[in-house]
Design a protein around this ligand. Structure first.
Ligand code: SF4
Length: 381
């Protein structure tokens, strides 16, 4: 018999980058579709819905852990406050409580429902989960989740409104591309029109919508179509958030074999940046907030609000593209090795010197910067 502590609960493998400080509540396991060629996350894992009872047990364990964390804070003389010292003490002495302490330390306001497609759960089950989270944790202000466009289209407007009224705030959707050829090749199982329909439906229900785009997903063959059609689809949806991440292909993704056989040709960093410029130039009549908040993106600082920051974002891209070959290589190396975050870091000699040394070393060894970077990027997946 497996011993289960009264504080233990289940968590899935991933969440969106901006949910790093959220409490992760697992309502389904894995992904019901699981076919996308670029996605390694749940391959080999079977999808299942968790029962309301199982999820309630987890929420009860989270509540007990929350109480215990406060007790530890009091014992340590911090009066129930979860500060940095309490969080560090808990990490060292009560590792099973750490995720709850960490969440509380970051305000205890955000919850993310895992895994890949929560709207597949019966609406009444989700409503019970949402209400219980709000009851047990009154500090919670935002509950969000992932869902697929095809699944969203199986929900009625009234069902989505009911979820919103029960506390669901935002849906993160993997749009990936607006181009049907790219979507079909990548076996995304959805068309650009279905993405539009699903996005509009969520917005009419008053739910906040975050759409994810994969830069480079069209490869060398379809990069232009990918940029233009993705912009067109997003122009039709006008989502609250657009988030980009750059394609990287680990061995565990089905796309890897196609890349190895030369059937899919990856873009290098400079080509991705040119594609991103074309994409952003064609985003029009939207009021979305744009983020590049993923470690895989070369230009993290390309972010802002549409329409007012569009030219600023394009100016950052143009500044990068107008650097000479050597400086672009040095920036790429600095970014991928963690020395640089912004183009301005090129002028910071304490950051730039070690990167230039690495660049010189690669030159000596006759190694291409792009190949070196492709290997590094796999570490971030
Ligand atoms: S739908 Fe999402 S989680 Fe599922 S395989 Fe595709 S990208 Fe991965």
């Amino acid at each position: 018999m497996i011993f289960k502590s009264k504080y233990s609960f289940e968590q899935g493998p991933i969440r969106p980058p901006n949910e790093a400080n959220s409490l992760l509540v697992r309502v389904t396991r894995n992904c019901p579709w699981n076919k996308c060629l670029f996605c390694p996350v749940y391959k080999g894992e079977k999808f299942s819905r968790r029962s309301v009872e199982e999820i309630m047990d987890d929420l009860a364990a989270m509540e007990s852990a929350h109480k215990k964390v406060r007790e530890v804070s009091e014992e340590q003389g911090f009066g129930g406050i979860i500060n940095r010292q309490v969080t560090a003490y808990i990490q060292a002495n009560y590792p099973e409580l750490f995720s709850i302490a960490y969440w509380q330390y970051h305000g205890g306001e955000n919850v993310f429902l895992q895994d890949g497609d929560s709207l597949l759960l019966p609406v009444d089950d989700l409503v019970k989960v949402l209400k219980t989270i709000k009851d047990k944790f009154p500090s919670v202000k935002r509950i969000t989740t992932y869902s697929r466009s095809r699944t969203i289209l199986r929900r009625t407007l009234n069902e989505l409104i009911k979820l919103k009224e029960s506390g669901l705030k935002r849906i993160h959707v993997g749009l990936e591309s607006g181009n049907d050829r790219v979507l079909e090749y990548m076996e995304k199982g959805v068309t650009g029109d279905q993405h539009i329909e699903a996005g509009k439906l969520l917005k009419s229900a008053g739910l906040s919508l975050s759409e994810y785009v994969i830069l480079g997903l069209g490869g060398e063959k379809l990069w232009k179509e990918h940029a233009l059609d993705t912009a067109n689809v997003l122009n039709s949806i006008n989502p609250d958030f657009i988030r980009v991440r750059t394609l990287a292909v680990p061995k565990s993704s089905p796309l890897y074999k196609k890349v190895a056989r030369g059937e899919f040709i990856l873009l290098n960093d400079d080509q991705v940046v040119r594609e991103e410029a074309l994409f952003i130039e064609n985003l029009n009549n939207i009021e979305s907030r744009f983020f590049s908040d993923h470690i895989l993106n070369l230009l993290e600082e390309v972010c802002g609000n549409f329409p007012e920051d569009k030219n600023l974002m394009l100016a950052i891209i143009n500044r990068y593209l107008s650097l000479g070959d050597e400086m672009r290589d040095i920036f790429k190396l600095g970014r991928r090795t963690g020395y640089f975050r912004r183009l301005g870091d090129l002028e910071n000699s304490s950051l730039a010197v070690p990167v230039k040394q690495l660049y010189n070393q690669l030159q000596k060894e006759n190694m291409s910067v792009d190949n070196y970077i492709q290997q590094l990027m796999l570490r971030f997946i």
